[in-house]
Structure formats: C-alpha cells, structure tokens
Design a protein around this ligand. Sequence first.
Ligand SMILES: Cc1cc2nc3c(=O)[nH]c(=O)nc-3n(C[C@H](O)[C@H](O)[C@H](O)COP(=O)(O)O)c2cc1C
Length: 125
Amino acid sequence: MTALDNEFIIKRMSLKNRIILPPLTTNYGSSEGFVTDKIIRFYKERSKDVGLVIVEATAVQANGRIVPGSLGLWEDSQVSSMAKLVKSTKEQGALAVVQLNHAGSKISDIFPSQCYGENRRRADP
Ligand SMILES: Cc1cc2nc3c(=O)[nH]c(=O)nc-3n(C[C@H](O)[C@H](O)[C@H](O)COP(=O)(O)O)c2cc1C
C-alpha cells in the first residue's frame, strides 16, 4: 500500500485516501446555476477514486459566475440540487466540499467555446 492509498483524517473528516480532486469548472451547470445530470455523471465517475472532491467554483451571486454554466448557491432553491451532487459523491465513497466563489472582474456571460475574436477579448480582458 502506498502513502496515497492511506486513509487521511482532517479534523472530523475521514478520507478513504489522500487523493483530492481540485476544483475544475466544468461549465455543465444549468443557466440558473443548478446541478445537472451531466454534472452528477462527471463527479460520480471521479468520486470513485478520490478521497475528497472539491466541487468547482460555485457562485454566491447570480452575476458573479465565471461562465454561464457555473454552479450557484445564491438562493435557497439551489441547495437541494447541490445536496444531490454531494449525496452521489458520498455514495462512491468520497467526501465533498464546495468552493464558494465570486468571479469579480472575471465574470463572463459567454461560453468558453465562443471565446474567439471580439468575444475572446471580452472574456479575458
Ligand atoms: C478547466 C479548468 C477549470 C478550473 N476550474 C477551477 C475552479 O473552478 N476553481 C479553482 O480554484 N481552480 C480551478 N482550476 C484550477 C485547477 O484547480 C488547478 O489547475 C489544479 O488545482 C492544478 O493546480 P496547478 O495548476 O497549480 O498545478 C481549473 C483548471 C482548469 C484546467
């Protein structure tokens, strides 16, 4: 057994191993910031092998999203959607924490796939 396979305790959290999925904005959220089936599938697959999932940047304000498909937790109705994602992660044996975020001057209302020409300059000033 390698060190990476060892259980890892952080305060009251017990991780099955020392591998952590860093926050990775997928742009798979709904336009209202809800968790989608595609997001669930993305994290479910990765949760099998890691001890902790850091769920991607999740906006605390509707106008603070990095991309239009960023997740959100700016209103109560979004909590149950996020809870579904956390539950699915736990079912694979990993724990989950959420990266709360406001993109500040880096907010974008265009999808990365549209970032070229004039759009590129708007998205990345
Ligand atoms: C497609 C993509 C999305 C990312 N999304 C986030 C994010 O939502 N939040 C964040 O803090 N970092 C984000 N990152 C940065 C990664 O977490 C970071 O690159 C990873 O932890 C590796 O660290 P390193 O770049 O210092 O080696 C993203 C990186 C990529 C490539």
